[in-house]
Design a protein around this ligand. Sequence first.
Ligand code: ADP
Ligand code: MG
Length: 584
Amino acid sequence: MAAKIAAGEVIDRPVSVVKELVENAVDSSATDISVAIASGGIKSIRVTDNGSGIPSGELELAFKRHATSKITSLDDLERIATLGFRGEALASISAVATAKLSSRTAYQTAGSFVVMNSDGVQSQGRAGMSQGTTVLVTDLFKDIPARFKFLKSEASEASRITTLIGCMAFAYPNIRFSLTVDGKQIFTSKAGAPLRETAALIYSKEVASSMLDVDSELDTPSSERHRVKVLGLISAPTIQRMTRAYLTFFINRRLVQSRSLSAAVESAYQGMLMTGRHPVAVINIEMPYENVDVNVHPTKAEVRFRDDGLVFAAVQRSVRAALIAGTPVPPMVSSSAVKVGAGGMEGAPPQTHYQPQNTSAQTINRPLSTDPQQSMPIGAVPVIAAQTTMLTALPSLRVLGQLGGTYVVAEGQDGMYLIDQHAAHERINFDHAMKEHRDKRVRVQGLLEPVVVQITPHQQSAYISSKAALAEYGFLLEPFGTQTYLVRSVPAMLAQSDPTKSLTDALDFLGGEESRQYDWEQRIALSLVCHNAIRAGKSMTMREMEELVRQLEETDLPHACPHGRPTMLHVSQAHLEREFGRRQ
Ligand code: ADP
Ligand code: MG
């Protein structure tokens, strides 16, 4: 059996510890599970449940590899109904941290505890406690400097954990979950609450009330083996998020990650979302256990299906059906129009740009219907074959005009320059934010009327961990009730933007995946710039364009936006002459 159960439970970051401990608590039939983390879980993680407990004599055994009490026959592996089934989590955790396991069953008059780390049992004894189990994990990765260094940001660790607990609350509506981050209770779910109520806690009342029900059973008449049932909530297309972090999937209530499930949901929204924006969805898929291979990945996260196409189609169709039922107005953009600007914040290919924020369907569709060439990104038009120039300084440029409301056309010493106005403005804002901060002269805009902002637990955990840094850049907030803050001031460069939107976008970015590749200074600066930059599609006056180009010339890296995409294309004089046959 040991061979069949893939070895090596991977504990790669704090959230995987929390996931294993919470899953154990769920398996123990607990109805109340509380989680407390300090410093993103790096300092400590504590999970307490009121479940069955572990008899004193078996505490030490629980740390042994393959010491699962959950599999009685090999056939069970085919139909795993409990979350834990490898008997490796506690062993793996105590190999990279110090774990104190305290427990008491219903039949014992007192509890007991064992403290375990990679050197073995450190201490043990009796513990006064009520029925259930508490695991306290400290010194995570202390002896593994490489991994410790990898955990760059407490904010994103805390936010991953917050997301996880929110997800567990969705999956197990009959369990009460609570989460405390750095001593502050940020989340409590109500046992027995309907899905939508939990959604209100996790996202916000506004998001939850606008969510659409997904509920369709797609039965292929052939057999029970192909049954796929899709149930959950998805956001209306008006709700759009900066990251995919708000897409949550369960297979038979087991939290899973799956690119193909995310793609299925997003494809159902095709044509309804702005470029680089993502929906919110929480979806449980019920299907026969033997059609899912949950044991593929060591952390059991990435699932594999026996019939991937069947599941993809079921999810896509039921989400699409919910969207059509819930949004009587036709989609805002045609699906082919979306391709023009596909991409965005996350891993966008260099030739893409943002869709305009406030442009009507009319304007977006117009160039497509008249000129099919326009649907190709500029870099792909063979005749121009323009290249991004690698120079570090910009030649001085003379603005000639604007192209498609999106590109500034300019002439320089050596040919023509096409400047992406959004990317250029991002670069300018980013440089300003970084410089002001380095020179300790951050310009702050106080708000005459403080703005009340309600944020999600996910955003709140990002905020708690980046509070000081955000304040240095001008965001001053004051607690104002549960998950609610008063915004007192904003960075001056965001003075013209909606404070609620700039704050929540910044927090989504800070708690998200993409921000991890940057150091904290860049990360905060980046979280501020994108929201505020001129959109593609906004027409600009000559003066405005000249000012944009002048400011771009002054930046340190004028040729790329802070996300690494080019700000400009250059077509050299020589290239023009060759193309027009003036020169060989
Ligand atoms: P697995 O969950 O795969 O069985 P773990 O290493 O996670 O393996 O846990 C080992 C064993 O310890 C479990 O099988 C269970 O018997 C016991 N255990 C762990 N956590 C708890 C808990 N919170 N409540 C009751 N029993 C637990
Ligand atoms: Mg387990």
